[in-house]
Write a protein that binds this ligand. Structure first.
Ligand code: AAL
Length: 422
């Protein structure tokens, strides 16, 4: 007698029970059985509230430790970078993705070296910076292990006026495409802060990661038209290769303070020099700041931190456009620049990431010596690693971390004035 596969029996039983209004666990609409003591690995056949439904339908796994897109983040001070005693005259920030070339890791970043720390838009001059990323260039460094780095010097110096980036060349990211290297960067043509943090994106290319680099002298991701969300700033260009094309994600700041928002857009091109077509569903991510992404399975994952209603999340878009929250986490790297081995391989089986660089801004916590410092982060957002330490669900911060997040003088005045929230 041909055996009926067990699965068909199970489904048959469910259908039978459902026909009689009884669930697989014996419960009925009138009296559903209590939720079981052992959390089911798969969505149980029983009524579920929205929150329980979500852990089975929205996240990679019902519990963080089993979720490939959940991770804690660990940080390590880098060796090899001189910050002039942290006096604010040298800053390194907004690193690019890390690439591996001939056995060495490469990273590019915003490098500012000015006679004084940033002085604001009102006091800036041709030599005095308005902000931490004003009057900057793109420099690069190499490493054998990702911890000790050797600074190689300038990759993109500021081009002459009026070329794109003549005021400042910043916030770069790397694309490797058909054997050629491309550095996309924010091309400032006025001091940041004069009107806003306003700039388009340009690109330079080279046949070696060590250069020499040739400026395209063209704006490849233009600002939007007047009244459009990205009319002023095109920030944090972040190119990946997908489906035979260049998917370049970017941020824009829009709206007016104090209601300014930051969201992420997507522009797609067949050629690194464009034209890039902005996606009609832009903005495609509602939160984040310098948002980093990496191929994951057939889709793309995003580290969404700092700003917006969905900050401190790892998000996932199976179609590279429609992002959903895949995990919630904490202590996320700022301006994360991961080493993404399959960033440019046009993979449909993205493997994920385990480390990269990031930055700490305002390193001294002192606006008079404002500068930023590069740092390394490690994580387990990889399908090829299983590091339980990275899947811990909580970070037990020391009390001083909480005390630093203390009441402001204004809050204390409010309270002293009798406005005590009893
Ligand atoms: C960074 C990035 C962009 C902004 C400024 C420098 O964190 O978002 O590059 O313009 O801040």
């Amino acid at each position: 007698m041909r055996r009926t596969p067990v699965g068909f029996v199970f489904v048959g039983a469910m259908l039978f029970f459902q026909g009689t209004g009884t669930w697989a666990d014996g419960g009925t609409a009138a009296s559903p059985a209590a939720f079981p003591f052992i959390l089911p690995e798969r969505k149980p056949d029983r009524p579920l509230g929205a929150a329980m439904e979500r852990i089975y339908t929205k996240y990679e796994a019902p519990q963080p430790q089993d979720n490939e897109l959940f991770s804690q983040f660990k940080y390590t001070e880098l060796k090899g970078f001189d910050y002039h005693g942290h006096d604010g005259t040298v800053s390194r920030r907004d690193p690019s993705k890390v690439i591996l070339h001939d056995g060495k890791y490469y990273v590019w970043y915003t490098h500012r070296q000015t006679p004084v720390p940033p002085q604001g838009a009102e006091l800036c001059t041709d030599t005095v910076p308005s902000s931490d990323w004003d009057l900057a260039e793109v420099w690069y460094a190499t490493s054998d292990d990702g911890f000790a780095w050797e600074e190689q010097g300038v990759a993109l110096a500021r081009p002459p006026r009026p070329d794109p980036g003549w005021r400042s060349v910043t916030t770069t990211d790397i694309l490797v495409w058909k054997g050629r290297y491309y550095l996309y960067f924010q091309a400032f043509m006025e001091a940041s802060g004069k009107r806003g943090d306003d700039c388009p994106v340009s690109v330079a290319w080279a046949d070696s990661p060590d250069g020499p680099w040739t400026f395209s002298n063209r704006i490849v991701i233009p600002n939007g038209a007047e009244g459009e969300w990205d009319q002023y700033s095109i920030h944090d260009p972040y190119p990946l290769v997908h489906d035979g094309r260049i998917y370049l994600y970017y941020k824009s700041d829009f709206g007016e303070n104090p209601h300014k928002v930051r969201m992420q857009g997507l522009a797609i091109a067949d050629n690194p020099l464009g034209p890039f077509a902005k996606h009609p569903l832009n903005p495609v991510i509602t939160s984040g700041h310098e948002t980093s992404l990496f191929p994951f399975k057939e889709g793309v994952a995003a580290l969404v931190y700092k700003d917006g209603p969905e900050h401190n999340t790892v998000q996932y878009a199976k179609d590279w456009v429609n992002f959903e929250i895949a995990a919630i986490t904490e202590l996320m790297p700022w301006a994360a620049a991961p080493y993404v081995p399959d960033a440019f391989t046009d993979t449909w089986d993205g493997r994920g990431i385990t480390w990269g660089l990031a930055h700490f801004i305002n390193y001294n916590d002192d606006w008079k010596t404002f500068h930023s410092v590069l740092v390394r982060f490690d994580c387990d957002l990889s399908r090829d690693l299983d590091d339980p330490e990275m899947k811990e669900q909580r970070v037990n911060h020391r009390p001083e971390v909480y005390y630093r997040q203390g009441l402001s003088a204004r809050q204390r005045e409010r309270m002293a004035g009798g406005n005590r929230q009893e």
